[in-house]
Design a protein around this ligand. Structure first.
Ligand code: GLP
Length: 242
């Protein structure tokens, strides 16, 4: 089956995705939602915060589960996914979510933290994902397969560079913890968010080439309820005009 993404003009993309999330929260106030960090969702969270401030959506009864986290960064490090999700969304909501599950990367046993987070990642209504330039989702790096569990894993150089150069981390983490592709594929709904022309080729690989562990996002096509929410720039190589 060929996945047809929802393609929105870049200027509207964040508002459209935020409106969809608000709609899910209205339909199911007890939504159990997994959220990513990275740059892609930042304008969506901005729009969601504005909607929440205006009373157009609420996380009051929702449970938020963080998608992934670096191991080895100190609490509060600007690159930490928990730091970013709190600063960009959670701490800006007028009413906080009923529950928030971040990943306890400070546990001396990252494996134990991953096991606990795997429990939190059960029974998700919606998992929202970004797309790495190397085809990763969460920290399911190349080599991941549909059965890959929530786990601690070594990070690719591309991911490590992001911590240092993009997010201003003081250290360079060598490992991460991610919700596994197995839990992502088991969520009732999955959204892949992709913006900008630099992601056009990896999005084409993920959606139009055969499944391949070198592009873990390609396995998302197995999800029976996947939405690919992209802007025009990311959609340019998908072979159809909007
Ligand atoms: C990061 C994170 C992912 C994120 C992805 C895309 O390394 N581990 O959770 O979705 O890469 O990031 P961006 O949206 O900044 O391109």
């Amino acid at each position: 089956m060929t996945i047809q993404p929802d393609v929105f003009p870049a200027a509207d993309w964040a508002a459209r995705v935020a409106a969809l999330l608000a709609e899910r929260l209205r339909t199911n106030p007890d939504l159990r939602v997994c959220l990513p960090t990275g740059d892609t969702p930042v304008p969506v969270y901005e729009a969601v915060v504005a909607m929440a401030a205006a009373g157009a959506c609420s996380f009051e009864r929702a449970t938020v589960v963080l998608l992934d986290e670096w191991v080895g960064l100190p609490p509060g490090d600007p690159a930490r996914c928990d730091t970013r999700l709190r600063a960009q969304l959670l701490d800006r909501l007028p009413v906080p979510p009923a529950a928030v599950h971040v990943i306890d990367a400070d546990d001396p046993s990252p494996e134990a933290a991953a096991a606990r987070h795997d429990e939190a990642a059960r029974d998700l209504d919606l998992v929202v994902l970004g797309l790495g330039m190397n085809g990763h989702v969460g920290f399911n790096e190349p080599g991941s397969v549909p059965g890959s569990p929530t786990r601690v894993l070594p990070l690719s150089d591309a991911s490590r560079d992001a911590a240092r150069t993009r997010y201003g981390s003081g250290a360079v983490p060598t490992a991460g913890i991610t919700i596994g592709l197995n839990r992502i594929l088991a969520a009732r709904e999955a959204w892949l968010l992709v913006t900008g022309p630099r992601k056009a080729e990896v999005l084409r690989l993920a959606l139009r080439e055969p499944e391949d562990p070198d592009c873990p996002a390609s396995f998302l096509r197995r999800h029976t309820n996947l939405r690919v929410l992209v802007d025009e720039g990311a959609a340019t190589l998908l072979g159809y005009a909007i």
